[in-house]
Design a protein around this ligand. Structure first.
Ligand code: 9M6
Length: 240
């Protein structure tokens, strides 16, 4: 709801993250290095440190047949599916339902040895965006997750180190209608997914350990999540 205290921040961050995610890896300055590739999925990172901590920005692009951007964002945004695909998740709770398209989460992630356990509080907002390039093409869908504070979960009050993140999932659907005028089926749709994330690990953790965790976990996450969406939607009507 645009009357909520967070609305100005949400609107600003969503617009800035969507414009960054829309840039190709070539365009948003050099420094992006390809670090994982699997079929249509390509993962890039920039090696950046903040106060001696690894905060490597990540940009992944993936092209998946048979699902739409609305479906990808639906399964990413809605909490009831998260334990099915987020393997590093230990606990998740919705602290506040701001509106049907904006939630505030608290999540604890499984401890990754030798780093101490982490938790995160973030607002999550999903939105349909007009498709500037192709007026009559399907809309673009996005989910943006951005760390925020919440009075019930102050940072570093418990056993977990509080991390800070900004994540943008940007999905563009393409429909190639069959030549013979048959109705569009899932074989005729493709989704181009861009996933950008910057995770500040909060407290110190060895750069080598964090980079190894990112190298292992991000490709696994995107492959597992997109396979989950394909499996969940394969026998359902297409959600544009
Ligand atoms: O896109 S989301 O919003 C989806 C909602 O869950 C999201 C993504 C990633 C994280 C996350 C939180 C902590 C950690 C680490 C940092 C130091 C020790 C734990 C990691 C590491 C990078 C590895 C990782 C990568 C991908 C997926 C899960 N794990 C990731 C949180 C949220």
């Amino acid at each position: 709801a645009n009357s909520h205290r967070l609305w100005p921040e949400i609107d600003r961050v969503v617009k800035q993250e969507v414009s960054m995610a829309s840039l190709g890896v070539g365009e948003c300055g050099s420094g992006w290095q390809l670090f994982a590739e699997d079929g249509e999925m390509r993962m890039f990172r920039r090696e950046e440190e903040m106060d001696g901590m690894v905060v490597d920005p990540l940009k992944a692009v993936h092209v998946v047949k048979g699902i739409t951007g609305h479906e990808v964002c639906h399964y990413f945004f809605n909490p009831q599916y998260r334990y099915d695909w987020e393997t590093t998740l230990e606990h998740m709770i919705v602290l506040e339902t701001v509106s049907e398209d904006t939630l505030i989460f608290h999540q604890t992630h499984k401890r990754i040895w030798p780093a101490s356990q982490r938790d995160v509080v973030f607002w999550s907002h999903t939105r349909r965006l007009p498709n500037d390039q192709d007026r009559d093409g399907p809309d673009i869908w996005t989910v943006v997750n951005n760390s925020t504070e919440h009075p019930d979960h102050p940072a570093n009050a418990g056993k977990c180190v509080r991390i800070f993140l900004t994540v943008c999932l940007l999905c563009q659907t393409r429909v190639d209608p069959p030549k013979d005028g048959a109705p569009v089926s899932r074989d005729d749709i493709t989704c181009k997914i861009t996933y950008c994330s910057v995770v500040n690990p909060g407290g110190w953790a060895p750069a080598s350990v964090l980079r190894a965790v990112y190298k292992r976990e991000y490709p696994k996450f995107l492959k597992r999540f997109t396979a989950y969406v394909k499996n969940q939607t394969k026998d359902k009507p297409i959600m544009y």
